[in-house]
Design a protein around this ligand. Structure first.
Ligand SMILES: N[C@@H](CCC(=O)N[C@@H](CS)C(=O)NCC(=O)O)C(=O)O
Length: 212
């Protein structure tokens, strides 16, 4: 007997959303338990017991506890019924894993923190955009988009003809990046990525997991 998985985190988090997208694409019902890692009193102790680095998400299923988004999404894909989100072809799977790694190591810090947080998030909370940080991030963002565009080539999805974990990992990051004018302008220079985004953004999984 399998129990409903529990996901711990907040709906604004790109990493929580990546897991929610995978659960939605697989058709898996789950409970989302809110955790505020930015609380003034610090990360709640109960959450640190689940995720010692104080990050979200954390995940539990049938008494099995897991953190790190890439591990959670692969587990969900392998354990639950529904469409397979990892190719059985090692080359295609390697390409998807490469894109996930690019998303974690470059797209998240550069497009989300370097551009979106400075341009949109900080000013909306009475902060001031750090223009020097944005200027430094922009050429690095150009490299990110060029690399992803080249890897995607003529595919329908980022890692080929089938929707994969790579799309679901990267899409929440692009959602924030594309709230900036810089992001929209840069995306238009890559026709394949721009059309990927149109397909991606229209999926019910994306529409059903909008950050509040
Ligand atoms: N390596 C982690 C990264 C998760 C992560 O960075 N989550 C962000 C929210 S999107 C977070 O918890 N930030 C809190 C902080 O930086 O203190 C994973 O893959 O799950």
């Amino acid at each position: 007997m399998t129990t409903k998985p529990r996901l711990f985190g907040a709906d604004y988090s790109v990493y929580v959303r990546a897991v929610r997208l995978v659960l939605a694409e697989k058709g898996v019902a789950y409970d989302l338990t809110p955790v505020d890692v930015f609380a003034s009193e610090g990360v709640p102790a109960a959450h640190l017991a689940r995720q010692p680095f104080g990050r979200i998400p954390a995940f539990e299923h049938n008494g099995f506890s897991l953190y790190e988004t890439g591990a959670i999404t692969r587990y969900v894909d392998e354990v639950f019924d529904g469409p397979r989100l990892q190719s059985s072809d090692p080359l295609k799977r390697a390409r998807a894993n490469q894109i996930i790694s690019i998303a974690d190591n470059y797209v998240y810090p550069i497009l989300v923190w370097g551009i979106y947080v400075e341009r949109v998030s900080k000013p909306s909370k009475d902060g001031v955009a750090n223009e020097a940080a944005i200027s430094a991030a922009l050429p690095r963002a150009v490299v990110c988009l060029k690399a992803l565009s080249e890897l995607m080539g003529r595919g329908t999805w980022l890692a080929g003809a089938e929707l994969s974990l790579a799309d679901l990992h990267a899409a929440p990051m692009f959602h924030y990046f594309l709230l900036t004018q810089e992001g929209r302008d840069m995306m238009q220079r890559h026709v394949n990525l721009a059309s990927w985004w149109v397909r991606m953004a229209a999926r019910p999984s994306m529409l059903g997991t909008m950050p509040s």
